[in-house]
Design a protein around this ligand. Structure first.
Ligand code: PGA
Length: 252
């Protein structure tokens, strides 16, 4: 059975004092049980402090983005080796906000995915369709293009040390969660596509759901066979809300 991963994407929120309080609250309330793990992804400037605060706890730390380059003249960018050096174990790549606001292409996301892995960081590859794409019936082809960009350069074996997050863009930050059935359909499609390449790897890869996941809807989503956790934005900013999702994971 796959473990559940509950990952908080803080986006561009927080400050030193608020983060310290949030992390202390999460650590104090980690539910009893096994078969799940917790991850927080703070903004870059706070990574070192959060790594220090979570040391020895059940909470891991990841970044929200990563450069596709190893080092050099890339002003403002952060290299995967630097993140590893700080103690990050995961990096989100291809979040829809990166794709839509900063113009990241699927090819660039694939390069980030590979660069993260080369530095020993587990990439969390985000895929997902917009509302227009869903209404046009192209959800699967959109997700396929985003997934294939990575598979084409990294190969199926790379998915053995990666996480996928299905995040329908229309559900992110909108309060409009995909129903467990809608999410399961796409998760099943993604796993099926991987199965065609390598059944063992497909069976092991964690596929998270993201998009207005919260305490009230987490149990229903996590009960689905191909949903292995959540990538949580808004509800990861309060310890109580994040822990409600963690509790659903612990009971799953
Ligand atoms: P949300 O964000 O939970 O606020 O919808 C999820 C995400 O963007 O990862």
């Amino acid at each position: 059975m796959r473990d559940i991963l509950v990952a908080g994407n803080w986006k561009m929120n927080g400050n030193s004092a608020a983060n310290a309080e949030l992390v202390a609250g999460i650590i104090a309330g980690v539910p009893q049980g096994s078969g799940f793990s917790l991850l927080v992804c703070p903004p870059y400037p706070y990574l070192a402090a959060v790594v220090a605060q979570t040391e020895g706890s059940a909470v891991s730390v990841g970044s929200q983005n990563v450069s596709e380059h190893e080092k050099g003249a890339f002003t403002g960018e952060v290299a995967p080796g630097m993140l590893r050096d700080l103690g990050c174990t995961y990096a989100i790549v291809g979040h829809s906000e990166r794709r839509a606001i900063y113009g990241e292409t699927s090819a660039q996301v694939a390069a980030k995915f590979q660069a993260a892995q080369a530095a020993g960081i587990t990439p969390i590859l985000c895929v997902g369709e917009t509302l227009e794409e869903r209404e046009a019936g192209t959800t699967e082809s959109v997700v396929d293009e985003q997934l294939d960009a990575v598979l084409d350069v990294a190969g199926i074996d790379a998915l053995a040390t990666a996480v996928i997050a299905y995040e329908p863009v229309w559900a992110i930050g909108t309060g409009m969660t995909a129903s467990p059935e809608q999410a399961q359909d796409v998760h099943r499609h993604i796993r099926g596509r991987l199965e065609a390449l390598n059944a063992n790897i497909a069976a092991g890869v964690q596929i998270l759901y993201g998009g207005s996941m919260k305490g009230e809807n987490a149990a229903g989503l996590l009960a689905k066979p191909d949903i292995d956790g959540g990538l949580i934005g808004g509800a990861s900013l309060k310890a109580e809300d994040f822990l409600a999702i963690a509790a659903a994971a612990a009971q799953n």
